[in-house]
Design a protein. Structure first.
Length: 96
């Protein structure tokens, strides 16, 4: 299994990832992709953070979601709700 990288997600900004849950697809839009400080030289990949927005009024719990994207395919991504704004809830995924 190849490790996911920031570069793979950077080209997907403002695109929708569909999370399948309870028989329906919940859309999560990738709104930010940023590198994180790199503290070790022998890490398998440079750490990075992704921020997704979901416009549902329901807060989805912190957990791993099976997400589908047209170019990246199926991915399991652990999302943590971190904020709420006028457009919905924001969820962060950290890869280190």
């Amino acid at each position: 299994m190849d490790l996911l990288s920031l570069e793979q997600f950077a080209g997907c900004l403002n695109e929708t990832f569909a999370a399948r849950m309870q028989g329906m697809d919940a859309p999560f839009v990738l709104v930010d992709a940023q590198p994180l400080p790199h503290r070790g030289r022998d890490a398998a990949r440079a750490p990075f953070s992704l921020m997704f927005r979901n416009g549902s009024p329901l807060l989805f719990p912190q957990q791993t979601y099976r997400m589908q994207h047209p170019r990246l395919g199926e991915l399991d991504i652990f999302l943590v709700p971190v904020a709420r704004d006028r457009e919905g809830f924001l969820y962060q995924a950290v890869f280190n």
